[in-house]
Design a protein around this ligand. Sequence first.
Ligand SMILES: Nc1ncnc2c1ncn2[C@@H]1O[C@H](COP(=O)(O)OP(=O)(O)O)[C@@H](O)[C@H]1O
Ligand SMILES: [Mg+2]
Length: 225
Amino acid sequence: MGNSQNKITIDAFKKSLEEHRIIAHRVRNKNADIFRFLRTKILQTMNKEGFKTLAVSSPNYDDGKTTIATNLAVSISQDLKQRVLLVDLDLRTPSIHKFLGLNAKYGLTDYLEGKATVQNCLVKTPFERFSVFPAGHSIDESSETLGSPQMENLAKELAQRYSDRLVIYDMPPLLEQDDPLVFLPHVDAALLVIKEGVTTTYEIKRCIDILSSSKVLGTVLNSVS
Ligand SMILES: Nc1ncnc2c1ncn2[C@@H]1O[C@H](COP(=O)(O)OP(=O)(O)O)[C@@H](O)[C@H]1O
Ligand SMILES: [Mg+2]
């Protein structure tokens, strides 16, 4: 028994999306168009380079990583050719399942603790080409981190299992924890979220240094006003 038991209706799903600023599925909408533009740019580069996995991160908490990563994933899944898996790697403050209104029994921390398989954890959403790997219960100080050998195996498995699927990793903040540093070598590319009026030039420089092990495709300026 896995997460697939907990089905959510499309209406409840869309309601949860709207409540959490996920708008990329809207048609004839200016904000959704911004994500379609970002999606096109990212898909072009990733397809050209043969990239399969993308990390979305930022310097600190509350910069908008999860909001941007989820909107991007929804937008990509609306592209008829592309499947996408969104993975919640923020194990201390998991939020994707909340953003999407999903009631998931298992997640990444259960997988790392040997209590669930990958199949147990995967959640299908009412959007056909969009699946989610939730974080599970939050962990604080733990040896089950993104640096574990299981995480390396998982990253390989997720990248290889389906040829027509992109994997987007919603990362922890880069300047608050060590976790992302050890995991970044396992992703092909990265997107840096910057919070307008909050992120400093120094923080951006430090993040670009940290991200250098994966290819930085670009930065997204999130204006929270
Ligand atoms: N552009 C924006 N305008 C207004 N609120 C935003 C914007 N981007 C994010 N938020 C809100 O800010 C909070 C933190 O965003 P989140 O994506 O969870 O950040 P992070 O994942 O970096 O911690 C959430 O409540 C989210 O809805
Ligand atoms: Mg987040």
